[in-house]
Write a protein that binds this ligand. Structure first.
Ligand SMILES: Nc1ncnc2c1ncn2[C@@H]1O[C@H](COP(=O)(O)OP(=O)(O)O)[C@@H](O)[C@H]1O
Ligand SMILES: [Mg+2]
Length: 334
Protein backbone atom coordinates (compact mmCIF):
# COMPACT_ATOMS: atom_id res chain seq x y z
CA UNK A 1 0.00 0.00 0.00
CA UNK A 2 2.74 2.43 1.06
CA UNK A 3 4.69 1.52 -2.05
CA UNK A 4 1.73 2.31 -4.23
CA UNK A 5 1.13 5.68 -2.52
CA UNK A 6 4.72 6.71 -3.12
CA UNK A 7 4.58 5.97 -6.80
CA UNK A 8 1.80 8.53 -7.31
CA UNK A 9 3.32 11.46 -9.09
CA UNK A 10 2.44 14.87 -7.64
CA UNK A 11 2.91 17.84 -9.94
CA UNK A 12 2.57 21.61 -9.68
CA UNK A 13 1.69 22.99 -13.11
CA UNK A 14 1.98 26.59 -14.26
CA UNK A 15 -0.02 27.03 -17.47
CA UNK A 16 1.26 30.37 -18.73
CA UNK A 17 0.80 32.29 -21.97
CA UNK A 18 4.43 31.93 -22.86
CA UNK A 19 5.66 28.95 -20.85
CA UNK A 20 4.27 25.83 -19.21
CA UNK A 21 6.29 24.90 -16.13
CA UNK A 22 6.11 21.76 -13.99
CA UNK A 23 7.40 21.26 -10.46
CA UNK A 24 7.72 17.65 -9.35
CA UNK A 25 8.69 16.02 -6.17
CA UNK A 26 11.10 13.17 -6.76
CA UNK A 27 12.11 12.06 -3.29
CA UNK A 28 13.60 15.02 -1.39
CA UNK A 29 14.61 16.76 -4.61
CA UNK A 30 12.32 19.19 -6.34
CA UNK A 31 12.65 19.16 -10.11
CA UNK A 32 11.45 21.77 -12.59
CA UNK A 33 10.86 21.59 -16.30
CA UNK A 34 9.72 24.27 -18.67
CA UNK A 35 8.40 24.21 -22.25
CA UNK A 36 7.37 27.08 -24.47
CA UNK A 37 3.60 27.20 -24.89
CA UNK A 38 4.01 27.45 -28.64
CA UNK A 39 3.99 25.46 -31.85
CA UNK A 40 5.13 25.76 -35.42
CA UNK A 41 4.05 24.05 -38.66
CA UNK A 42 6.36 22.80 -41.35
CA UNK A 43 5.36 20.99 -44.57
CA UNK A 44 5.14 17.25 -44.20
CA UNK A 45 7.70 14.97 -45.84
CA UNK A 46 8.44 11.33 -45.01
CA UNK A 47 12.17 11.99 -44.67
CA UNK A 48 11.70 14.99 -42.35
CA UNK A 49 9.31 12.96 -40.21
CA UNK A 50 11.77 10.12 -39.70
CA UNK A 51 14.66 12.52 -38.96
CA UNK A 52 12.62 14.35 -36.30
CA UNK A 53 11.72 11.00 -34.83
CA UNK A 54 15.38 9.99 -34.75
CA UNK A 55 16.33 13.25 -33.03
CA UNK A 56 13.58 12.90 -30.40
CA UNK A 57 11.89 16.15 -31.41
CA UNK A 58 8.27 16.09 -30.16
CA UNK A 59 5.87 16.50 -33.09
CA UNK A 60 2.52 15.46 -34.52
CA UNK A 61 1.58 14.87 -38.12
CA UNK A 62 -1.62 16.62 -39.14
CA UNK A 63 -2.62 15.96 -42.73
CA UNK A 64 0.04 17.67 -44.85
CA UNK A 65 1.94 19.38 -42.04
CA UNK A 66 4.27 18.46 -39.22
CA UNK A 67 3.47 20.32 -36.00
CA UNK A 68 6.41 20.83 -33.64
CA UNK A 69 5.55 22.00 -30.16
CA UNK A 70 7.23 23.29 -27.01
CA UNK A 71 10.85 24.48 -26.82
CA UNK A 72 11.75 22.97 -30.19
CA UNK A 73 9.11 25.17 -31.86
CA UNK A 74 11.30 28.23 -31.27
CA UNK A 75 14.36 26.57 -32.79
CA UNK A 76 12.51 25.50 -35.93
CA UNK A 77 10.81 28.89 -36.24
CA UNK A 78 14.26 30.52 -36.19
CA UNK A 79 15.67 28.05 -38.71
CA UNK A 80 12.85 28.53 -41.19
CA UNK A 81 12.08 32.20 -40.44
CA UNK A 82 8.56 31.48 -39.22
CA UNK A 83 6.57 33.07 -36.39
CA UNK A 84 5.64 30.61 -33.67
CA UNK A 85 1.91 30.12 -33.01
CA UNK A 86 0.67 30.41 -29.46
CA UNK A 87 -2.36 28.56 -28.07
CA UNK A 88 -3.05 31.22 -25.42
CA UNK A 89 -3.37 34.99 -25.55
CA UNK A 90 -3.22 37.30 -22.56
CA UNK A 91 -3.36 34.53 -20.01
CA UNK A 92 -6.29 32.56 -21.34
CA UNK A 93 -7.08 29.83 -23.85
CA UNK A 94 -8.51 31.40 -26.93
CA UNK A 95 -12.02 29.98 -27.63
CA UNK A 96 -11.76 30.98 -31.29
CA UNK A 97 -8.59 28.93 -31.84
CA UNK A 98 -9.76 25.37 -32.43
CA UNK A 99 -6.20 24.10 -32.32
CA UNK A 100 -5.19 25.60 -29.00
CA UNK A 101 -6.60 22.95 -26.69
CA UNK A 102 -5.01 19.88 -28.38
CA UNK A 103 -1.65 21.73 -28.42
CA UNK A 104 -1.69 22.58 -24.72
CA UNK A 105 -2.86 19.04 -23.99
CA UNK A 106 0.02 17.54 -25.94
CA UNK A 107 2.64 19.72 -24.21
CA UNK A 108 1.23 18.94 -20.76
CA UNK A 109 1.00 15.24 -21.53
CA UNK A 110 4.65 15.13 -22.61
CA UNK A 111 5.73 16.94 -19.44
CA UNK A 112 3.59 15.24 -16.78
CA UNK A 113 3.66 11.80 -18.35
CA UNK A 114 2.14 8.79 -16.71
CA UNK A 115 3.71 6.32 -14.35
CA UNK A 116 2.80 2.66 -14.04
CA UNK A 117 -0.88 3.30 -14.45
CA UNK A 118 -1.31 5.50 -11.36
CA UNK A 119 -3.21 8.76 -11.79
CA UNK A 120 -0.91 11.78 -11.42
CA UNK A 121 -2.07 14.41 -8.95
CA UNK A 122 -1.86 17.80 -10.57
CA UNK A 123 -2.47 21.26 -9.15
CA UNK A 124 -2.58 23.82 -11.97
CA UNK A 125 -2.46 27.61 -11.83
CA UNK A 126 -5.25 29.80 -13.17
CA UNK A 127 -5.02 33.55 -13.69
CA UNK A 128 -7.34 35.89 -11.85
CA UNK A 129 -10.02 37.80 -13.77
CA UNK A 130 -8.82 41.11 -15.17
CA UNK A 131 -9.44 44.05 -12.85
CA UNK A 132 -12.79 45.73 -13.51
CA UNK A 133 -13.57 43.35 -16.36
CA UNK A 134 -16.79 41.46 -16.80
CA UNK A 135 -15.34 38.55 -18.78
CA UNK A 136 -15.07 35.36 -16.81
CA UNK A 137 -12.53 32.62 -16.43
CA UNK A 138 -15.08 29.89 -16.96
CA UNK A 139 -14.07 28.81 -20.44
CA UNK A 140 -10.35 28.69 -19.65
CA UNK A 141 -10.61 26.78 -16.40
CA UNK A 142 -13.41 24.43 -17.49
CA UNK A 143 -11.58 23.56 -20.70
CA UNK A 144 -8.36 22.78 -18.85
CA UNK A 145 -10.30 20.62 -16.38
CA UNK A 146 -11.90 18.72 -19.25
CA UNK A 147 -8.45 18.20 -20.77
CA UNK A 148 -7.12 16.80 -17.49
CA UNK A 149 -10.16 14.49 -17.28
CA UNK A 150 -9.30 13.12 -20.69
CA UNK A 151 -5.73 12.55 -19.52
CA UNK A 152 -7.12 10.88 -16.38
CA UNK A 153 -5.29 13.17 -13.94
CA UNK A 154 -6.63 14.00 -10.50
CA UNK A 155 -6.69 17.80 -10.48
CA UNK A 156 -7.34 20.93 -8.50
CA UNK A 157 -6.55 24.53 -9.37
CA UNK A 158 -4.88 27.44 -7.59
CA UNK A 159 -4.95 31.14 -8.29
CA UNK A 160 -1.59 32.20 -9.75
CA UNK A 161 -0.81 35.02 -7.30
CA UNK A 162 -1.69 32.74 -4.40
CA UNK A 163 0.68 30.11 -5.78
CA UNK A 164 3.49 32.68 -5.61
CA UNK A 165 2.59 33.29 -1.95
CA UNK A 166 2.61 29.52 -1.26
CA UNK A 167 6.04 29.29 -2.86
CA UNK A 168 7.75 32.26 -1.19
CA UNK A 169 6.00 33.42 1.99
CA UNK A 170 6.18 30.49 4.37
CA UNK A 171 8.09 32.73 6.81
CA UNK A 172 5.09 35.06 7.24
CA UNK A 173 2.64 32.16 7.41
CA UNK A 174 1.56 32.93 3.87
CA UNK A 175 0.50 36.49 4.63
CA UNK A 176 1.42 39.03 1.96
CA UNK A 177 1.07 39.98 -1.68
CA UNK A 178 2.17 37.64 -4.48
CA UNK A 179 2.78 39.03 -7.96
CA UNK A 180 3.56 37.15 -11.15
CA UNK A 181 4.66 39.27 -14.12
CA UNK A 182 4.44 36.96 -17.12
CA UNK A 183 3.99 37.23 -20.87
CA UNK A 184 0.30 38.02 -21.22
CA UNK A 185 -0.66 39.14 -17.73
CA UNK A 186 0.49 40.42 -14.39
CA UNK A 187 -1.33 38.50 -11.66
CA UNK A 188 -1.74 39.84 -8.15
CA UNK A 189 -3.09 38.17 -5.01
CA UNK A 190 -3.26 39.23 -1.38
CA UNK A 191 -3.55 36.50 1.24
CA UNK A 192 -3.89 36.50 5.00
CA UNK A 193 -2.63 33.30 6.69
CA UNK A 194 -2.84 31.49 3.33
CA UNK A 195 -6.45 32.58 2.78
CA UNK A 196 -6.94 34.59 -0.41
CA UNK A 197 -8.58 37.94 0.26
CA UNK A 198 -8.35 39.50 -3.17
CA UNK A 199 -6.89 38.75 -6.58
CA UNK A 200 -6.90 40.26 -10.06
CA UNK A 201 -4.86 40.48 -13.24
CA UNK A 202 -3.93 43.21 -15.69
CA UNK A 203 -3.36 42.47 -19.40
CA UNK A 204 -0.07 44.39 -19.54
CA UNK A 205 3.12 42.35 -19.23
CA UNK A 206 6.01 41.03 -21.32
CA UNK A 207 4.08 40.73 -24.59
CA UNK A 208 2.90 44.31 -24.23
CA UNK A 209 6.52 45.47 -23.77
CA UNK A 210 7.63 43.49 -26.85
CA UNK A 211 4.88 44.64 -29.19
CA UNK A 212 5.04 48.27 -28.07
CA UNK A 213 8.82 48.40 -28.44
CA UNK A 214 8.55 46.63 -31.80
CA UNK A 215 6.09 49.18 -33.12
CA UNK A 216 8.53 51.98 -32.26
CA UNK A 217 11.69 50.37 -33.62
CA UNK A 218 10.03 48.69 -36.61
CA UNK A 219 11.34 45.22 -35.73
CA UNK A 220 9.41 41.97 -35.29
CA UNK A 221 8.07 41.46 -31.76
CA UNK A 222 9.78 38.03 -31.61
CA UNK A 223 13.15 39.65 -32.36
CA UNK A 224 12.56 42.28 -29.67
CA UNK A 225 11.72 39.56 -27.17
CA UNK A 226 14.90 37.60 -27.93
CA UNK A 227 17.04 40.75 -27.52
CA UNK A 228 15.17 41.74 -24.34
CA UNK A 229 15.68 38.33 -22.73
CA UNK A 230 19.35 38.25 -23.67
CA UNK A 231 20.50 41.74 -22.67
CA UNK A 232 17.90 43.97 -21.05
CA UNK A 233 18.55 45.36 -17.58
CA UNK A 234 17.65 48.54 -15.71
CA UNK A 235 20.02 51.45 -15.11
CA UNK A 236 22.12 50.61 -18.14
CA UNK A 237 23.95 53.18 -20.18
CA UNK A 238 22.01 52.90 -23.35
CA UNK A 239 24.22 52.37 -26.31
CA UNK A 240 21.32 51.35 -28.47
CA UNK A 241 17.84 52.63 -29.05
CA UNK A 242 16.14 49.34 -28.18
CA UNK A 243 17.33 49.32 -24.55
CA UNK A 244 16.00 52.82 -24.05
CA UNK A 245 12.65 51.97 -25.67
CA UNK A 246 12.33 48.81 -23.57
CA UNK A 247 12.91 50.86 -20.40
CA UNK A 248 10.07 53.19 -21.38
CA UNK A 249 7.56 50.37 -21.78
CA UNK A 250 8.83 48.47 -18.75
CA UNK A 251 8.18 51.56 -16.64
CA UNK A 252 4.79 51.98 -18.25
CA UNK A 253 3.92 48.42 -17.21
CA UNK A 254 5.17 48.94 -13.63
CA UNK A 255 3.13 52.16 -13.34
CA UNK A 256 0.01 50.33 -14.58
CA UNK A 257 0.58 47.50 -12.10
CA UNK A 258 1.01 49.86 -9.15
CA UNK A 259 -2.03 51.91 -10.20
CA UNK A 260 -4.14 48.75 -10.47
CA UNK A 261 -3.07 47.60 -6.99
CA UNK A 262 -3.84 51.01 -5.51
CA UNK A 263 -7.25 50.90 -7.14
CA UNK A 264 -8.01 47.32 -6.04
CA UNK A 265 -6.69 47.63 -2.48
CA UNK A 266 -8.37 50.91 -1.67
CA UNK A 267 -11.75 49.93 -3.10
CA UNK A 268 -11.93 46.36 -1.85
CA UNK A 269 -14.75 45.66 0.53
CA UNK A 270 -13.28 42.38 1.71
CA UNK A 271 -9.82 43.57 2.71
CA UNK A 272 -8.58 41.99 5.95
CA UNK A 273 -7.64 44.46 8.70
CA UNK A 274 -3.88 44.15 8.74
CA UNK A 275 -2.17 44.74 12.07
CA UNK A 276 1.33 45.11 10.64
CA UNK A 277 3.12 45.73 7.36
CA UNK A 278 3.11 42.79 4.94
CA UNK A 279 5.70 41.63 2.39
CA UNK A 280 5.34 41.65 -1.37
CA UNK A 281 6.95 39.08 -3.69
CA UNK A 282 7.73 39.60 -7.37
CA UNK A 283 8.01 36.66 -9.77
CA UNK A 284 7.62 35.64 -13.42
CA UNK A 285 9.85 36.04 -16.45
CA UNK A 286 9.14 39.76 -16.75
CA UNK A 287 10.39 40.33 -13.17
CA UNK A 288 13.73 38.68 -13.91
CA UNK A 289 15.88 41.40 -15.54
CA UNK A 290 18.57 42.83 -13.31
CA UNK A 291 17.36 45.93 -11.47
CA UNK A 292 13.64 45.19 -11.86
CA UNK A 293 13.01 44.83 -8.13
CA UNK A 294 14.84 48.07 -7.30
CA UNK A 295 12.97 50.06 -9.92
CA UNK A 296 9.65 48.57 -8.85
CA UNK A 297 10.33 49.41 -5.20
CA UNK A 298 11.36 52.96 -6.04
CA UNK A 299 8.13 53.59 -7.98
CA UNK A 300 5.95 51.89 -5.36
CA UNK A 301 7.48 53.82 -2.47
CA UNK A 302 6.96 57.05 -4.40
CA UNK A 303 3.28 56.24 -4.88
CA UNK A 304 0.75 56.80 -2.18
CA UNK A 305 0.28 53.07 -1.61
CA UNK A 306 -2.74 52.19 0.55
CA UNK A 307 -1.12 49.23 2.37
CA UNK A 308 2.03 49.26 4.48
CA UNK A 309 4.64 47.06 2.84
CA UNK A 310 7.42 45.60 5.01
CA UNK A 311 9.67 44.51 2.15
CA UNK A 312 9.62 43.84 -1.56
CA UNK A 313 11.50 40.73 -2.53
CA UNK A 314 12.20 38.84 -5.69
CA UNK A 315 11.15 35.16 -5.70
CA UNK A 316 14.09 32.78 -5.20
CA UNK A 317 13.57 31.63 -8.78
CA UNK A 318 11.17 33.98 -10.57
CA UNK A 319 10.72 31.50 -13.45
CA UNK A 320 9.46 28.60 -11.33
CA UNK A 321 7.70 30.23 -8.35
CA UNK A 322 4.14 29.66 -9.65
CA UNK A 323 4.78 25.97 -10.42
CA UNK A 324 6.53 25.53 -7.07
CA UNK A 325 3.59 27.09 -5.20
CA UNK A 326 1.15 24.87 -7.11
CA UNK A 327 3.23 21.87 -6.00
CA UNK A 328 3.09 23.06 -2.36
CA UNK A 329 -0.70 23.26 -2.72
CA UNK A 330 -0.89 19.79 -4.30
CA UNK A 331 1.25 18.26 -1.54
CA UNK A 332 -0.77 19.85 1.28
CA UNK A 333 -4.28 19.78 -0.11
CA UNK A 334 -4.59 16.71 -2.31
N1 LIG B 1 15.68 37.20 -18.85
C1 LIG B 1 14.56 37.82 -19.15
N2 LIG B 1 14.51 39.16 -19.21
C2 LIG B 1 13.35 39.80 -19.52
N3 LIG B 1 12.21 39.19 -19.77
C3 LIG B 1 12.21 37.85 -19.75
C4 LIG B 1 13.37 37.08 -19.43
N4 LIG B 1 13.03 35.77 -19.49
C5 LIG B 1 11.73 35.73 -19.82
N5 LIG B 1 11.23 36.97 -19.98
C6 LIG B 1 9.87 37.37 -20.37
O1 LIG B 1 8.96 36.85 -19.44
C7 LIG B 1 7.71 36.60 -20.08
C8 LIG B 1 7.30 35.19 -19.78
O2 LIG B 1 7.26 35.03 -18.40
P1 LIG B 1 6.52 33.77 -17.77
O3 LIG B 1 6.54 33.94 -16.31
O4 LIG B 1 7.07 32.54 -18.35
O5 LIG B 1 5.07 34.08 -18.35
P2 LIG B 1 3.74 33.29 -18.53
O6 LIG B 1 3.34 32.87 -17.16
O7 LIG B 1 2.81 34.31 -19.10
O8 LIG B 1 4.00 32.15 -19.44
C9 LIG B 1 7.92 36.83 -21.56
O9 LIG B 1 7.42 38.10 -21.90
C10 LIG B 1 9.43 36.78 -21.70
O10 LIG B 1 9.90 37.56 -22.78
MG1 LIG C 1 3.61 31.92 -15.58
Amino acid sequence: MKQQEESIRTVGLDVGTSRIVTACCDGAERGFESQLNAFVRIPHAKMAESMLHKENVPFQVQRDTIVIQGNEAQRFADLFHLETNRPMTQGFLDPSEAESVPMVKKIIETMVGKRNGSRPRVCFSVPAAPLNATESLTYHEATLRQTFDELDYEVRSINEGLAVIYSELEDTNYTGIGISCGGGLCNVALAYLSMPALSFSIPKAGDFIDSSAASVTGELATRVRIAKEATFHFNGHFTDKLQQVLTVYYEDMIHALIAAMKDAFSNAKRMPKLAKPIPMVLSGGTASPQGFRDRFEKLLRASDFPIEISEIRLARDPMTATANGALVAALTEM
